[in-house]
Design a protein around this ligand. Structure first.
Ligand SMILES: [Zn+2]
Length: 305
């Protein structure tokens, strides 16, 4: 599970929609029920429905044809000048009827609300950067940048199988910009996306390491659960003994095991990554089969596997 508080506050928004839809429908229903004719007809419909449901349980054909009763209901409502549709709730999400879950799985509407909260927390800029509204002219080499965007857009569209993306290049090369475009693109696809800095990630790893009660898990859930995790500026965080390298290795391994995608940007060279984080992290980040490694500065954008 993700951070409980985040799910709860997202779920509360969905539930509020349900309550509102039902309250509105009920106000019209009550108005109709004040009419004796409607009330009698409504009871008849309900009884017939119950009998039919029983028949269904026993595998029999339904006993009652509701057509006539419903026709009468329509006529009464018309007379009362109440819209027939208004007496049943109109949920915002037809998939989950504003419950947030479909067969125990998080519904796309709840994912959207969670993403909005994660977006707020992530520090992503409000002027939503995207592949569509990118001004390529602001980059030194617009053509190269466009090609880079195409590659990464394809990755976001799942057109290639890499689990991880590693963006390498010096500060100011546009790595964060590119990552924000990717994150926004994915948020619109209704997957769970969490964008964090390496510094903040390190803080979470430290909190996990130094917490000994039941709240411990939440610091890792935020890193493990999202379908896509963005880690900006790997290498700017202090390396804490027994925390940073082990934590990053665990996050990467666990995410790969669960087929969850991770995107990392760094100013470090490949050699520095190996020197700072060791062979285990290095091999996770640069494994031939699972990582798309792009040097943002490299003029021919050669993709090193
Ligand atoms: Zn829904």
């Amino acid at each position: 599970m993700l951070n409980k508080q985040i799910i709860e506050s997202a779920l509360n928004k969905i539930k509020a929609r349900r309550v509102n839809a039902e309250a509105l429908a009920y106000s019209f229903f009550e108005k109709a029920m004040a009419n004796e004719e409607f009330k009698k007809n409504f009871k008849e419909i309900k009884q017939a429905e119950i009998q039919n449901a029983k028949s269904e349980v026993y595998g029999e054909k339904p006993k009652y044809d509701l057509t006539n009763l419903l026709k009468i209901q329509d006529d009464i409502l018309k007379k009362l000048e109440i819209d027939k549709k208004a007496i049943s709730p109109h949920y915002t999400c037809a998939k989950c009827n504003d419950t947030g879950y479909v067969n125990g799985e998080i519904c796309s509407c709840l994912k959207r609300e969670i993403n909005l909260i994660l977006f707020e927390k992530s520090g992503l800029s409000k002027d939503k950067k995207s592949f569509e509204n990118c001004d390529f002219k602001i980059f030194d080499d617009p053509k190269k940048t466009q090609k880079l965007y195409e590659i990464l857009k394809n990755w976001c569209d799942k057109k290639n199988p890499y689990n991880n993306v590693l963006l390498i290049g010096k500060t100011g090369a546009g790595k964060t910009y590119v990552m924000e475009c990717m994150a926004n693109d994915l948020i619109n696809k209704e997957v769970l996306v969490y964008f964090t800095s390496a510094f903040e990630l390190n803080q979470n790893l430290l909190k996990y390491h130094t917490t000994f009660d039941e709240t411990k898990g939440q610091y890792l859930h935020m890193l493990m659960e999202p379908d896509y995790l963005f880690i900006d500026d790997l290498g700017t965080e202090p390396i804490l003994k027994n925390v940073t390298i082990e934590g990053i290795y665990n996050v990467l391994s666990e995410r790969m095991r669960n087929n969850k995608k991770t995107v990392i940007s760094t100013n470090l060279s490949l050699q520095q990554i190996q020197d700072f984080y060791g062979d285990r992290v290095f091999s996770r980040l640069l494994s031939q089969a699972s990582s798309l490694v792009i040097n943002v500065e490299n003029s021919d954008l050669r993709l090193k596997k």
